[in-house]
Design a protein around this ligand. Sequence first.
Ligand code: CA
Ligand code: CA
Ligand code: CA
Length: 221
Amino acid sequence: MATISVVNTYILRRRKAYNFLPRPSLFIRIIQILAKPSSERVIMYFFKVFGFVTITSAINAQFGSGTCHSRLTLECSCPPQWQWWGKDCYRLTPVIAQAWDQAKSACQNMGGKMAAPRSHEEMNFMTDMARKVDSNFFAWIACTDKEVEGTWECDGQEDIEPFLEWDDGQPDDKNNNQDCCQIAATFNDKMDDDDCDNMSPRLAFCIRRAACTYGLIQLRQ
Ligand SMILES: [Ca+2]
Ligand SMILES: [Ca+2]
Ligand SMILES: [Ca+2]
């Protein structure tokens, strides 16, 4: 604003000295418009744009001259026997006689924890995975209403409404004793509540975080 003050002082002196208002040049008129308080935001916007251009130019200079486009990439990897999807790795326990608690421990022994799908897409990925092992699969997931009957909680979804996609007529809490969740082919690849101690041979879905790194690749034109 110092420049604007100098220009206004200059105009005032010219008025006093010559007793007339000099015809302002285009430059002076622009400065006078900018000197109005309502123009301050315009000036700040100008400096923001100027700053953005300066930073962008610096990045281009860092990565070389010419027209450059960059793309953020995400590369993830999973340990052997684990399958990658999104930012996680998935694995099934063998088809064995295992109660729900035993399946949880089996996942922990493999370096993960029992999984609970968070979306329809994730559940589709998981059921596809199970079907490749057993076309008539039954598989435990980490959802339970053990604590409060009818209130389902899924591991990793404590702060949100848990993702639940039940088959028709489920959960039915059959014999007042079904507090653990499974996904099964016979329930149309959807969820069913079952007896937590049911030892019928079945799978369990396990999950662990994938090792992911972000990178920036340069695409030159
Ligand atoms: Ca119950
Ligand atoms: Ca129940
Ligand atoms: Ca049921």
